[in-house]
Design a protein around this ligand. Structure first.
Ligand code: FE
Length: 196
């Protein structure tokens, strides 16, 4: 049998995942190359870098931004992103007046093709219930302090509708080369739990 990749953190979850992986490979249900392909795919081709490209284009191309906010699915379709179907993508824009944040209260629906795999806390029952009841308190815990005059809008994802937050462009990015902008756009800012 081929040697297994080293696991940097021996958490109970990683030990369990490795045990399952070994069993599936031993029984011929899975091969190491398939697992490696999935890991490469989600590390290099599916992930927040796709959402960041969309965000930067919206910042720099007003015509695209209008289309993106009007019909996210159609605007993003031209990219051919892979990694899970999004039936309907709704893009919501953060402004001085409104701050948007995304949750799936039922489970963990998430725009995979734009953001990759959801972070662990996104699936946490505490986040899923508290962000609805006390969004400002939860946002404070993420380090997001909003002005009193900014209203908070929480969007509940589902299997049918996924949301992407269009974060505000940081004023410090004005004058930067457009090619350098995607690196500024964090995953958390596109969920709405971080500012840029
Ligand atoms: Fe869900």
């Amino acid at each position: 049998m081929a040697e297994h990749r080293p696991h940097p953190a021996s958490t109970p979850q990683s030990i369990r995942a490795e045990a399952i992986e070994i069993l599936l490979i031993e029984r011929g249900l899975l091969s190491e190359s398939v697992i490696d392909d999935v890991i490469v795919r989600f590390n290099e081709r599916v992930g927040p870098m796709n959402g960041a490209r969309v965000v930067v284009r919206a910042w720099t191309d007003p015509e695209f931004k209008t289309r993106l906010l009007a019909d996210g699915s159609a605007a993003v379709a031209e990219y051919d992103f892979e990694g899970g179907q999004v039936d309907k993508l709704v893009v919501v824009e953060n402004t001085e007046a409104v701050h948007n944040v995304v949750v799936c209260t039922l489970c963990s629906c998430y725009p995979w093709s734009l953001l990759g795999l959801p972070p662990r806390w996104y699936k946490d029952p505490a986040y899923r219930s508290r962000i609805v009841r006390e969004p400002r308190a939860v946002l404070e815990e993420f380090g997001v302090s909003l002005a009193e005059s900014t209203s908070v809008q929480v969007w509940d994802s589902s299997a049918e509708v996924r949301y992407l937050v269009l974060p505000q462009r940081p004023t410090s990015s004005i004058g930067l080369d457009e090619a350098d902008l995607p690196a500024l756009v964090t995953r958390d800012s596109m969920i709405g739990v971080a500012l840029l």
